[in-house]
Ligand binder design. Structure first.
Ligand code: GLY
Ligand code: MN
Ligand code: MN
Length: 446
């Protein structure tokens, strides 16, 4: 992504701050997390911080100041440290970071406690998201205290707080062209990885072997990391929604559910495919697969500007529930028609999750699902707009139970695609990942 994109976003946020009377915004990056002793988990920058900077080093924080005519963006980051750079690699340091990332000023992160009280003085509103970072919350408290003690000299501290994440959530919800290009790339890589897994899968292999193939493909195509914990679930494991052990033996006749997506330049993909271990769907597997596929198509038909966020879920639930009644998963005699089986939530025995979520820098991306400018639980779900990206991921999960036809026991199916809303309707970013029964069986034959 080019530097002007980040600069433009900072300007957009500053304009929104100015429209609310001006003030100061504080947006920190993530912490490094200890894994054990002196080992750290791989560092992943905070998505809000990255969205406004493109800066990927730990120990950094953005300050934006909108004060009438004066608008400034300031970066705090680690000092240059040639000794540490021998061990850990290059650090920009404040001077080079300021120039490279287009900030108006920069300071060493160690100068926070001395600089922040000056920057907070005489700013009416604090644009900050409290409750996410207790360490920073408490430091901020001490900085504000340091300003308040000067009140007798006519210096004022912010007296209003606005959650800066709420403003940023609305911005992040609508992806610009450069973000869409990265998300397309992420989806392409994940599609190649899913195809590879289908081709390598077979009875006698272990789930983790397929996980290794997925991650191998992610990395060799330039992705930095999986966007979330990959699920490779064979047989009954596919009915565990957040299955994570990935250590079971794949058996003949199993369906394999893979939910895996890579992150590319900080943007997530999130794709699920379900396919037969031996390359051929059984009749019972095919029956349920076609129902899930049809339900996904019904949700896809709702993916266009003007539809409400929940329309796709309702459409998918209708098709799934009808399928459950037709196949005997749900008892027609007891439940009556599809409307009844929906209103009394009978379908939830086999479909217990939502049909999707926002997708972007985070796999479960930010943004209100209801109309943002209203409050309360009854406010309508928001309308889809061009630039929004959602997943559509219906499924059916059949745990053994009395009254449930045995031929369907332990079948778990989910089909998940990444969908960009466009002015005309939508674009399926994961369209190249084999999906129909015919496509999957043909890919697995090769
Ligand atoms: N892989 C997480 C999800 O599908 O929401
Ligand atoms: Mn998902
Ligand atoms: Mn998923």
């Amino acid at each position: 992504m080019s530097m002007p994109s980040y600069l433009r976003r900072r300007q957009q946020l500053l304009a929104q701050m100015q429209a609310r009377g001006g003030g100061i915004a504080i947006i920190p990056t993530a912490y490094e997390m200890v894994r054990n002793s002196d080992n750290f988990f791989p560092f992943r920058h905070d998505s809000y911080f990255y969205y406004l900077s493109g800066f990927t080093e730990p120990e950094a924080l953005i300050v934006l100041i909108a004060n009438g005519h004066e608008q400034r963006s300031i970066l705090f980051c680690r000092e240059k440290n040639l000794e540490r750079e021998i061990w850990d690699g290059y650090r920009f340091g404040p001077a080079a970071a300021k120039a490279h990332f287009g900030f108006d000023a920069s300071f060493a992160i160690d100068a926070l406690d001395t600089e922040m009280p000056h920057l907070l003085a005489n700013t009416p509103t604090l644009f900050y998201s409290t409750g996410n970072d207790t360490q920073l919350d408490s430091r901020l408290h001490s900085w504000i205290e340091a300003v308040r003690v000067k009140s007798r000299s006519g210096i004022s501290a912010p007296d209003t707080t606005i959650d800066v994440r709420v403003l940023l959530n609305e911005m992040r919800l609508r992806k610009d062209a450069s973000e869409v290009a990265l998300m397309q790339k992420a989806a392409n890589i994940s599609g190649i990885a899913h195809t590879r897994a289908m081709q390598i899968a077979g009875t006698g292999r272990y789930e983790y072997e397929l996980e290794a193939e997925l991650h191998h493909e992610f990395r060799r195509q330039g992705s930095q990391a999986p966007a979330y914990g990959s699920i490779v679930a064979t047989g009954a494991n596919a009915c565990v929604l957040h299955y994570s052990s990935n250590n079971a033996l794949i058996k003949d006749g199993d369906l394999i559910l893979i939910d895996a997506g890579c992150e590319f330049d900080s943007y997530a993909s999130d794709i699920t495919r379900t396919f037969p271990a031996n390359g051929k769907f059984s009749s019972a597997q095919k029956t349920l697969y076609e129902i899930v596929l049809a339900s996904q198509q019904a949700a896809l038909d709702c993916a266009r500007p003007g539809s409400r966020y929940m329309d796709g879920h309702s459409a998918a639930v209708k098709v799934l529930t009808q399928g459950m009644l037709d196949t005997g998963l749900l008892d027609k005699n007891k439940l009556g028609n599809v409307e009844d089986a929906i209103s009394n939530l009978a379908f939830r025995q086999f479909y217990m999750h939502g049909t999707g979520h926002w997708l972007g820098l985070d796999v479960h991306d930010v943004g209100s699902y209801r109309e943002a400018d209203k409050v309360g639980d009854e406010r309508p779900y928001r309308q889809l707009e061009p630039g929004m990206v959602i997943t559509i991921e219906p499924g059916i999960y059949v745990r053994p139970a009395e009254g449930v036809p045995e031929e369907f026991w332990n079948i778990g199916i989910r089909i998940e695609d990444d969908i960009l809303i466009t002015p005309e309707g939508h674009l399926n970013l994961s369209r190249d990942t084999p999906k129909t029964v015919a496509e999957i069986e043909s890919v697995m034959k090769r």
